[in-house]
Design a protein around this ligand. Structure first.
Ligand code: NAP
Length: 326
């Protein structure tokens, strides 16, 4: 039986990836910060009893070494991160330090103790930031525009360095925005859907949002985690862009959700405090390599994904309380 470690298993991608790996017959070890809590994402997917949850302090190489000695994993999927761009402006030190140190600690322990372990690192399209040419390819120039993006770029280059310097089977998936019912409610799409459902019952409620005139490439998390697994099955490690291949204006997402729920767009207001100090205007990626070389399949447009998300949110949170799942 193959053994996989997933960090960040309490998050959106961690839960969907765990479900995928279980379905493929893996024993899944999920790394958490606290065992005395509910793991609602795992519960929602009905897999909480099938996962071995384990404490591991990713700040400490000794803690990671204990984990590897105890479970002898074949594959490690490192998804744990302070993952919010907005919050990274409030907590830049924590974001940059943790998102970098945890990657370095894993690679160093793997290098010294078991170089056969395959390692996947969750990278982000945010690393490219101030975009010059679109679509983004792996080797497009990087110009991070937030502490989060800087942290992910440093993790990205650390993985490449350990692959080139020590021949480790380590790679990164550069994922563009992807959503699901398990998305944390502080993220844009989940927040808008949850609030909009609530607004259908409260006619005086307004929705305050930041800059809606930016475009992003959005996809569906349960499909994106398939690409993570495919990457670690390759005989030779390689980095891939995982994206839908087109971008969509945030305003159009709001207008689609509002239209579907019968709400008027004049109930949306802009909050200057929600604007970011620097923001990417438009970004989308090139998924050709992921389709042709990795063998990933993805053909959902984001309005199809929105239909799934709205339906699932209404089913689980008919009151529309932003559907707090974590
Ligand atoms: P998420 O839902 O925010 O989950 C983040 C996970 O990281 C949670 O399990 C969280 O644990 C854990 N974590 C955060 N800080 C930690 C710390 N200091 N020590 C240990 N664990 C910590 O993120 P996601 O959407 O699943 O994304 C997974 C990964 O992909 C992240 O690295 C993210 O940056 C990256 N990514 C995501 C997207 C996207 O659109 N979703 C796009 C590109 C890249 P707690 O529950 O204990 O807080």
């Amino acid at each position: 039986m193959r053994i996989a470690v997933i960090t960040g298993i309490s998050g959106q991608d961690g839960a969907y990836l765990a479900k995928l790996l279980l379905s493929k017959g893996y024993k899944v070890i999920g790394i958490v910060r606290n065992l005395n809590q509910r793991f609602v994402g795992l519960e929602y997917l009905g897999i909480e009893k099938d996962i071995t949850l384990e404490l591991c302090d990713l700040w400490e190489q000794a803690s990671i070494l204990r984990l590897l000695n105890k479970y002898k994993p074949d594959e490690i999927y490192n998804l744990a991160a302070q993952s919010s761009v907005g919050l990274s402006f409030e907590y830049p030190t924590e974001t940059i330090k943790f998102n970098f140190t945890s990657v370095l600690n894993f690679l160093e322990v793997i290098r010294q103790h078991n170089p056969a372990i395959k390692f996947y690192q969750a990278s982000s399209s945010e690393m490219y930031g101030k975009v010059v040419n679109l679509p983004i390819k792996v080797d497009s120039p990087m110009h991070p525009l937030s502490p989060y993006a800087i942290s992910k770029a440093s993790g990205f280059w650390t993985v490449i360095n350990y692959r080139e310097a020590f021949g480790l089977h380590c790679c990164t998936g550069i994922l563009f925005n992807h959503e699901s019912y398990l998305r944390s409610p502080n993220f844009f799409v989940k927040k808008v859907i949850g609030e909009a459902i609530k607004m259908t019952r409260q006619p005086d409620l307004m929705l305050k949002l930041g800059n809606l005139n930016v475009k992003r490439d959005f996809g569906y998390s349960p499909k994106y985690v398939e690409a993570m697994w495919l990457m670690l099955q390759r005989p030779k490690a390689k980095d891939f862009i995982i994206c839908s291949g087109t971008s969509i204006l945030l305003k159009d997402i709001v207008s689609y959700i509002f239209d579907k729920l019968g709400l008027a767009m004049n109930r949306v207001i802009t909050g200057d405090e929600l604007l970011r100090p620097t923001d990417i205007e438009n970004i989308y990626g090139d998924k050709d390599d992921a389709i042709n070389d990795l063998g990933w399949d993805y053909d959902l447009n984001f309005f199809q994904v929105l239909d799934i998300l709205i339906e699932e949110e209404i089913e689980n949170n008919p009151e529309g309380n932003a559907g707090t799942t974590r």
